[in-house]
Design a protein around this ligand. Structure first.
Ligand SMILES: [Zn+2]
Ligand SMILES: [Zn+2]
Length: 390
């Protein structure tokens, strides 16, 4: 990984505005502002998807109004496994006609510029919604449920065909911005992962509605940021929550206990026999298999972790089928979030203990040391790259 000094270069021909010409000039007929004409350079963490070790700190041009009327100064960007997969060349798609993608989908920023009617004013804290609907649109995207896109042609900031938020500034249409309560401050960077968890719980409750009686006990597998936020929401929803992870030390056990939940190592069966809900957040093949086998009659297994393909775990599919049929079980997958989930997540974070949320962010790395953030350290929970102070 190169250092800030060694890796900085101007990306020639990178035009962040969708319809700019390849030399960076503004096409005739485009609306212009002073900022637009100025072509202000800025720093951004960029990567060439599908090419490992291509990540660098680049100088790119500030996006134009074509990317959205709201201009945001980035405060912080959170990192997760998806970013690491993109950096390792396993995932991600650059914007059309480009080689490089600006990284970052977990954002927190401050509004610098907005037009009348955007609903935002200078200084507002905001988070950008990651996914934008497909252009067709499919029946889900047509009603704002792009997290349930049916044709796969959605785009995602920092992941799929849209530049991410790991830049000093970004632009976005106001309908893809979520306001963050001022008192949440820098903790607002947790909103995107919390939105994913909020959607998972929404789906669980929808499915739980098919049986009489509310679920009482939930097991969360994996005490990373998603698992811990899932535990937080489970406790907020009034459930008895158990969390299973591999590690016995570091901050995770205490973070779980501080919620009033129980922390376990070992197996699914040892942690919590026959819970009503299992929220699987690791994607670890054995845990997925154990979760499906271990849930209570009428129970729900929510799969929220992504596994790498190609690793096999032997499973008796006949026994799995028999158990699921005879116990009326549901196993389902969930990913991403729509505006409703971001808003619910903002409420959930606002009612959580800020000191507890603060402990989830175990490393804050300034932009000048950005590459340090990409190297996992023992006991990391959430690592954040800081672009500017609040
Ligand atoms: Zn993420
Ligand atoms: Zn769609």
């Amino acid at each position: 990984m190169s250092s800030i000094r060694g890796s900085m270069r101007v990306l020639k021909g990178v035009c962040l505005a969708k319809s700019r010409e390849s030399d960076g000039t503004v096409a005739a007929g485009e609306s212009r502002s002073i900022r637009d004409i100025g072509e202000i350079p800025m720093l951004a963490i960029t990567v060439e998807p599908a090419r490992a070790a291509s990540v660098e700190l680049s100088t790119v041009l500030e996006p134009s109004l074509l990317d959205g009327t709201v201009l945001i100064e980035t405060v912080a960007v959170g990192l997760c496994g998806t970013d690491i997969e993109i950096v390792e060349g396993q995932y991600g798609t650059p914007p059309r006609g480009r080689d490089r993608l600006i990284l970052g989908h977990e954002s927190l920023g401050r509004v610098v510029e907005a037009t009348d009617g955007d609903g935002f004013t200078e200084g507002d804290l905001v988070v950008g919604i990651v996914r934008q609907p497909d252009p067709v649109p499919c029946p889900s995207c047509a009603v704002g449920e792009w997290d349930m896109c049916r044709n796969g042609r959605y785009t995602e900031h920092g992941i799929k065909e849209l530049d991410g938020f790991a830049a000093e500034r970004f632009r976005i249409p106001p309908e893809y911005l979520v306001p963050v309560a001022t008192q949440l401050g820098h903790l607002g960077v947790l909103l995107e992962p919390a939105s994913v968890v909020e959607k998972a719980w929404e789906q669980i409750h929808l499915i739980a509605g098919r049986t009489q009686g509310q679920p009482q006990r939930a097991l969360v597998t994996g005490a990373g940021p998603i698992g811990l936020l899932a535990a937080l929401l489970g406790v907020q929803h009034g459930l008895e929550v158990h969390v299973l992870d591999r590690v016995a030390d570091g901050p995770k056990p205490e973070l779980v206990r501080a919620l009033g939940a129980a922390y376990h190592t070992g197996t699914v069966r040892e942690a919590c026999p026959e819970p009503d809900i299992i929220l699987e957040c690791t994607g670890a093949e054995q845990l997925v298999s154990d979760a499906v086998a271990g849930v209570a009659p009428g129970g729900i297994v929510c799969l929220a972790g992504v596994s790498a393909a190609g690793k096999t775990v032997s499973a008796d599919i006949g026994a799995v089928n028999r158990k699921m049929v005879l116990k009326n079980n549901v196993v389902f997958g969930t990913v991403n979030a729509n505006r409703r989930h971001y808003q619910a997540a903002a409420d959930a974070l606002a009612s959580a203990d800020p000191a507890w949320l603060d402990q989830l962010i175990t490393r804050r790395v300034p932009l000048r040391r950005w590459s340090d953030a990409l190297h996992a350290q023992p006991h990391d929970v959430k690592t954040v790259i800081e672009f500017s102070s609040i």
